[in-house]
Design a protein. Structure first.
Length: 272
């Protein structure tokens, strides 16, 4: 696969401006930057302004504005890719990815690729390395669903994806690529049309073109599987993103006993 290249036309103290060279690939720069560096990307505007010694943060996206005032000795901020569990509020820690069903033969061991929505976090780092999540936003739409039933189920962030045996192109400001290593340990043909991730275990990696993660799917029978996030980069040169996960103040709705640990979710209410 040939990966298109981009021209990054930016100067110190100016906003990011990207010259798109392909209609599919488009990027935003993750990393740490001084307050003097603003970002303009598609519908996003983001800047810091010194107002009488207090830094004023302002972010605009899709007609909505978020503002904050900051007093800090470290005059830098970081832009991180984050899992989709913060917006519009931390409703659930689970992500359901639905795709066209794949028929898996008994003993099948294969790799598939899907995409999932991404959030972007702006963080501040204090002199004692204490990290503050200043802002979280997303270019992706938010939708929720119920996996299972009201008496035995879990609320999930819901999305639908393309599915492929080769890596899919992604817009790194909006979505991440998920590599699924799938093993059918049953003696039956199995129809797989969705997976559910426990986002606390999600490890995101990024480079200049994409954000990616990996997971293992171990199929037990035609109606059950274990889905485990794995801490592995899709490519060797990818950088691990800083974990951005907000512990919720209330228990998430999940009444599936032993349904998950920090890395694994047990899907026993259907795989289609």
């Amino acid at each position: 696969m040939v990966i298109p290249t981009f021209t990054d036309r930016r100067k110190k103290g100016t906003a990011f401006q990207y010259e798109k060279t392909d209609s599919v690939w488009e990027t935003i720069a993750f990393g740490t930057y001084p307050f003097t560096r603003s970002i303009n990307h598609r519908r996003l505007t983001l800047s810091f302004e010194d107002k009488d010694g207090i830094m004023h943060y302002k972010r605009g996206l899709d007609g909505k504005t978020f503002e904050a005032n900051i007093a800090a000795s470290n005059k830098e901020y970081s832009v991180h890719p984050a899992g989709p569990n913060h917006l519009p509020a931390p409703v659930t820690d689970y992500l359901q990815i639905r795709f066209d069903e794949i028929e898996l033969e008994p003993g099948c061991n294969t790799v598939l690729f899907v995409t999932a929505p991404l959030e972007i976090a702006i963080t501040l780092n204090a002199s004692n390395n204490e990290v503050k999540i200043l802002d979280v936003f997303s270019f992706a739409r938010t939708k929720f669903a119920l996996y299972g039933t009201a008496t035995r189920g879990v609320i999930v962030r819901d999305t639908r994806s393309r599915v492929s045996a080769v890596p899919l192109p992604v817009k790194n400001y909006k979505e991440f690529l998920l590599r699924l290593h799938i093993e059918n340990k049953s003696d039956s043909w199995v129809s797989l049309g969705r997976v559910i991730l426990y986002l606390k275990g999600l490890s995101l990696y990024y480079d200049s073109t994409s954000v990616a993660a990996c997971a293992d799917v171990s199929i037990i029978n035609p109606n059950s599987a274990q889905v485990s996030c794995t801490d592995l980069p899709l490519r060797k040169d990818m950088v691990k993103a800083e974990p951005v996960f907000t512990d919720r103040k209330t228990t998430a709705f999940c009444n599936i006993k032993n349904g998950q640990n920090d890395l694994t979710f047990v899907m026993d209410m259907g795989l289609r």
